[in-house]
Design a protein around this ligand. Structure first.
Ligand SMILES: [Ca+2]
Length: 363
């Protein structure tokens, strides 16, 4: 039975892999008239060839990178401030919203350069998911009395080809803020959704490689399957994060970050306009109120605010095949993996920050 399930899963993944470029290509061609599409394809063979050459060159360069020089990132001491961009599929679900709230209430740790709204594709989103997420980030900032305080940029739709960036103002923003830093003062990109934007930023400007640290929430089935909603959202982007020389922290836990309704009623709801919004957001969906609902992405922020709430390990970076199997070949250097997080300490940190913010804004 298990073998049959695996075979069906592999067929399904292969179908997604093969059909995605075709579907996206057809969708784009339908956006213009048949005549215009004919002109595009017949009038630009030189440009198409140049694009192909650039694509293959980039693929070769990434494959030939010195992965022995890819060391696991070190989480800076708690009292050191770090520059961050938060890339989040915020409207996807409630955990991003609580995570962003914790981040903006932690200025002693984060110099937030801005936010990038990430794509997501399910019953709540799709082609307008990026726009929905951007608006949600603006709403959270407004509820916290921080409207307009940070740039909010729109990220990219999922990638079409493995080594070609999906362009957006959000990707350009990541590149711009990364290049403004140095290897000693890197930009931390905290990814709470599909990894399209960081993969695209790297493909568009590979020089960011020593100026960024990727801190990505994947919550996979380690060490067997690189399977998670954020991976499925853009498999090409996820594979690139593993297969490139980018310094990478895999946040691979958070399932048990649960919060009973009685607790958010007691500790979150009374905390001013922001607290009320965060609590009442749970009322939008029945499953947000379940006692086994995980607030996964909250963990990424808590782990950076207070690294002692989590457990870390340096591991060989595996390769990830198209069926999302992890393959440990010792070929992609080292990464840092966060594999456990303390539930009570995480929520205490969150409640304390909310109360402190509510007290300050009430006066
Ligand atoms: Ca998320």
């Amino acid at each position: 039975m298990r073998g049959k399930t695996d075979v069906l899963q592999k067929i399904f993944m292969a179908a997604i892999f093969c059909l995605t470029p075709l579907i996206m290509c057809c969708t784009q061609n339908h956006a213009v008239s048949g005549i215009a599409a004919e002109k595009v394809t017949s009038a630009s063979p030189d440009r198409s060839e140049a694009r192909g050459k650039k694509y293959r060159k980039l693929r070769s360069e990434i494959a030939a990178a010195d992965f022995k020089a890819r060391h696991a990132p070190v989480i800076p001491p708690q009292d050191k401030r770090i520059r961050v961009i938060i890339d989040s599929d915020t409207r996807n679900e409630i955990d991003d919203i609580w995570a962003i709230a914790l981040a903006i209430l932690s200025p002693e740790r984060f110099k937030i350069e801005g936010f990038v709204a990430a794509n997501f594709d399910n019953q709540r989103g799709g082609s307008d998911g990026i726009e929905q997420s951007a608006r949600e980030i603006e709403t959270i900032l407004s509820k916290a009395g921080m409207a307009g305080k940070f740039p909010v940029k729109r990220g990219s739709h999922p990638m079409r080809y493995q080594y070609e960036p999906s362009e957006s103002v959000g990707v350009d923003f990541i590149i711009e803020r990364a290049m403004a830093g140095t290897p000693d003062d890197p930009l931390w990109i905290i990814g709470l959704g599909a990894s399209t934007d960081i993969a695209s930023a790297y493909l568009k400007e590979p020089r960011i490689v020593d100026r960024v640290i990727v801190f990505w929430h994947f919550r996979t089935r380690w060490p067997k399957k690189c399977y998670n909603f954020n991976v499925i959202g853009d498999i090409r982007a996820a594979r690139l994060v593993f297969h490139s020389p980018l310094r990478f922290v895999l946040f691979d836990t958070g399932t048990y970050l649960r919060c009973p309704m009685s607790e958010s009623e007691q500790y979150i709801k009374p905390c001013g306009e922001l607290g009320r919004y965060l609590h009442e957001y749970r009322l939008k969906e029945a499953w947000y109120q379940r006692k086994n609902k995980g607030f996964f992405d909250l963990g990424d922020i808590a782990a950076l605010v207070d690294p002692s709430v989590t457990k870390w390990e340096v591991v060989d970076c595996p390769e990830v095949n198209w069926y999302l199997d992890y393959e440990f070949k010792g070929s992609k250097g080292k990464i840092l993996r966060c594999y456990d997080i303390d539930r009570d300490k995480t929520f205490k940190l969150f409640y304390d920050k909310l109360k402190s913010h509510a007290d300050k804004t009430a006066n």
